[in-house]
Design a protein around this ligand. Structure first.
Ligand SMILES: Cc1cc2nc3c(=O)[nH]c(=O)nc-3n(C[C@H](O)[C@H](O)[C@H](O)COP(=O)(O)O)c2cc1C
Ligand code: SF4
Length: 423
């Protein structure tokens, strides 16, 4: 088990008191910040680019490129936002990062600010994460007190401060544009891209927005150097990944693994497998918006390229295990209900598409569906994916689509005999 776990971002977990900045400093905390203050801004960005770091919030966009784009963009003031909304069911890594090692988040943000010359940032924390909010508030105060944040950081003349903004329980507000307009005091709705936040973000100013795990990786890149960091993981996916393992496993929890570890290794070697040696019916990757896959596919590696080759995504890192006892259609209905509830209603394909998708799934559950409903469902899902404004509507049908691919009999066996015979 030990070879599979790589403690980089989680190295301080259970080793320090998250409420003590001195504990963090004793274990090497803020040394990367001191190092970054002696580097030229583009040197920092070049190290991030050389590291191959890709964003951990789901889209896997190269972080160094994002930083460079913000740095080069016209407009002032610019902003840095840490996305700690973490509304995707099955994900809890950002909460653990904030609650176990809050200064790691702050250090990553300050290093980015030095590189991009930005003076102000927000940490947007999910409304339900009250403990995280308190821990981060305390950590920000402590960081200011020790000169790592605020005016004249470590007497270098550089100023950067961070405020906390809390969400109000809406999943779509984790989407970057919905998040930004929420901070502006508007209702949380996504919008078309481009322009991207790097050129037109908060208050229409260039904005660097990254996930908590992405920011937490930055101090380690500065410490190890981009090339040194790039030695961890695989050719396409550098570093470690925090994986949130849940569902029917003996040891659910948060695991940090190097990229390249397989899904099966996480479930069996780290998670201990399924209780009572039941077989796995399906596993969902990434969270509610991610694909489901059957047991035969669990040897796929946690690696951006390999996932893509298998037409899969890993989202922000959830693995939800469902054993032989589950009903595939029942699970799909719950997933679609979740998106139906969370849709902001701005665009028709998502708002109406989810309503219709629920009606169709119910027909299969009740045994009244026809072959025509099957093709209708496919057309509907294509429309949602191709024409919804934001990732919520685009990804909402993913689980249903994958279920049709891997478990077609779950649908065809429930087509009404009467209707099927007549076709
Ligand atoms: C519906 C929806 C919800 C999202 N929720 C989150 C979230 O909770 N946390 C997050 O980091 N990214 C979330 N994202 C992705 C963000 O829009 C954005 O890509 C990410 O914060 C960028 O950070 P990264 O480059 O470090 O991955 C969400 C996207 C969509 C479409
Ligand atoms: S896809 Fe859904 S959540 Fe996104 S803008 Fe359209 S209605 Fe809103």
């Amino acid at each position: 088990m030990s070879e599979l776990i790589y403690r980089l971002l989680t190295k301080n977990f259970n080793q320090i008191d998250p409420g003590s900045i001195d504990d963090y400093v004793t274990r090497g905390g803020y040394l990367s910040l001191k190092k970054a203050l002696k580097m030229k801004d583009m040197e920092i960005i070049d190290e991030i680019k050389a590291s191959g770091l890709k964003g951990r919030g789901g889209a896997a966009f190269p972080t160094g490129l994002k930083m460079e784009a913000v740095k080069m963009a016209e407009g002032s003031p610019k902003y840095i936002i840490c996305n700690a909304d973490e509304g995707e069911p099955g994900n809890f890594k950002d909460r653990y990062l904030m609650e176990n090692d809050p200064h790691q988040v702050i250090e990553g943000m300050v290093i980015c600010a030095i590189a991009t010359g930005i003076r102000f940032g927000y940490i947007f924390i999910r409304g339900e994460y009250v403990k995280s909010q308190k821990i981060m508030e305390t950590a920000l105060e402590q960081a200011r007190g020790k000169g790592f944040l605020g005016e004249n950081i470590l007497n270098t003349g550089f100023n950067f401060d961070i405020d906390i903004y809390t969400g109000a329980g809406s999943y779509v507000c984790g989407e970057e544009f919905a998040l930004l307009v929420t901070i502006e005091g508007k209702s949380g709705r996504a919008t078309y891209k481009p322009p991207f936040p790097t050129t037109m973000g908060l208050y229409d100013k260039p904005t660097q927005i990254n996930n908590v795990e992405t920011f937490c990786t930055i101090p380690h890149i500065i410490e190890l150097g981009g090339t040194g960091f790039g030695k961890i993981g695989t050719a396409s996916s550098k570093g470690t990944k925090l994986v949130c393992l849940s569902g029917n496993v003996k040891r659910p929890g948060l695991y940090e693994v190097p990229f390249g570890t397989t899904v099966r290794q996480v479930i069996y070697d780290l998670g201990g497998g399924v209780p009572n040696n039941r077989t796995i019916k399906m596993v969902q990757l990434g969270g509610a918006s991610g694909p489901i896959l059957p047991d035969e596919m669990l040897d796929v590696a946690i690696d951006f390229d390999e996932m893509r080759k298998n037409d899969l995504t890993f989202g922000s890192g959830a693995i939800i295990v469902m054993d032989e006892r589950i009903d595939v259609l029942d699970i799909l209905k719950r997933i679609v209900q979740f998106f139906h509830h969370e849709s902001c209603g701005k665009c028709t394909p998502c708002r109406e598409g989810l309503t219709q998708l629920l009606i169709l799934i119910d027909r299969f559950i009740e045994g009244t569906a026809s072959m025509q409903d099957l093709s209708l469902m496919n057309i509907l899902m294509d429309t949602m994916t191709n024409s919804s404004i934001c990732g919520l509507g685009q990804a909402a049908p993913t689980a249903v689509r994958k279920a049709l691919e891997y478990f077609p009999e779950e649908f065809t066996s429930r087509i009404s005999n009467h209707v099927a015979a007549a076709m």
